[in-house]
Write a protein that binds this ligand. Structure first.
Ligand code: ATP
Ligand code: MG
Length: 283
């Protein structure tokens, strides 16, 4: 199996203090490998976004370690962390709103502006990524004038402009109708498949979760299941291991269930596939 790109050790996050203290993450230890697609699932308030923010180096843990390519992030200087984040990560987070009054292209090339890329190169790369997402014809439109699905595609375009190796998405299909959600989903998995991008996605959508190589189920600040479907394994990094262990179908592809309820109540299937917790083993 490929090297871990992200590792955590006994990761703890506590919000507030005294009577308002809340233990959002209670000691998580796991690895995410290069080229994996990982769904983080679980009920509202279980700690999914908190975990995602720590993994994406947008927030710091109360205690414990986040390591990137084997190196604890706490050993890096703040400027190094920012550079790492800017060079390596892409974000599709709902709270990272588009600037409504800027054009689509302006929104997409913002990370390049921050990185100091020249205007002509920004435009070239901006148009390239918009073409990939079939949004080039909207480049000059104000972001405000787009449909929900189009806005989400602009967010993805912006997340891709720096050619990240890890893409974090928090509820990427959460506010979309089923059809548009599928388009966004296909884009994400296309990137995963074609460019080997590591995908870490928080979702309440069972269908999206089942397409991932692996599902981490969170409950009250803990990971209570780490489920790697056999089929997903075989389709994943293309490592030969899967065949050895047979090909029991877990969480099939292509079945497009209705999305979970809008505000985060998980649809029924959070118990994932029973008893299929497999092979952490030989990492
Ligand atoms: N800044 C904060 N201060 C205090 N408590 C917080 C803060 N941010 C999150 N929490 C609490 O931590 C817990 C986990 O929140 P988190 O946002 O990670 O949940 P989530 O699993 O992403 O939920 P959802 O599915 O609703 O998005 C919640 O109980 C939340 O109220
Ligand atoms: Mg959340």
């Amino acid at each position: 199996m490929s090297a871990p790109v992200l590792e955590t050790e006994n990761l703890v996050k506590v919000y507030g203090r005294g009577e308002s203290r809340f233990d959002a993450l209670k000691g998580l230890t796991f690895e995410i490998h290069e080229g994996e697609s990982v769904a983080i699932v679980g009920k509202s308030g279980s700690g999914k976004s908190t975990l995602m923010h720590l993994l994406a180096l947008l927030d710091e843990p109360t205690s414990g370690v986040v390591a990137m390519d084997g190196r604890p992030v706490s050993q890096l200087k703040p400027a190094q962390v920012s550079a790492l984040r800017n060079d390596t990560f892409g974000f599709v987070f709902q709270q990272f709103f588009l600037n409504a009054n800027q054009t689509v292209l302006e929104n997409v090339i913002l990370p390049l502006k921050i990185a100091g890329v020249s205007a002509s190169e920004r435009k070239r790369r901006g148009m390239e990524v918009l073409e990939q997402l079939e949004m080039a014809d909207k480049a000059k439109n104000k972001a405000n004038d787009l449909s929900g699905g189009q806005k989400q595609r602009v967010c993805i375009a912006r997340a891709l402009i720096n050619q990240p190796t890890v893409l974090f998405a928090d509820e990427p299909t959460g506010n979309l109708d089923t059809a548009t959600g599928e388009v966004v989903e296909d884009i994400l998995f296309g990137l995963h498949r074609d460019r080997g991008i590591t995908l870490v996605v928080v979702t309440h959508d069972d269908d999206l979760a089942s397409r991932c190589d692996r599902r981490l189920l969170m409950q009250d600040g803990l990971i209570v299941a780490d489920d790697r479907g056999e089929a997903a394994k075989a389709a994943g990094a293309g490592v030969g291991q899967a065949s050895r262990e047979g090909s029991r179908q877990v969480g099939g592809h292509g079945k497009h269930a209705a999305p979970a309820t809008a505000d985060g109540q998980p649809a029924s299937g959070q118990d994932t596939e029973t008893g299929t917790k497999t092979g952490e083993g030989q990492a």
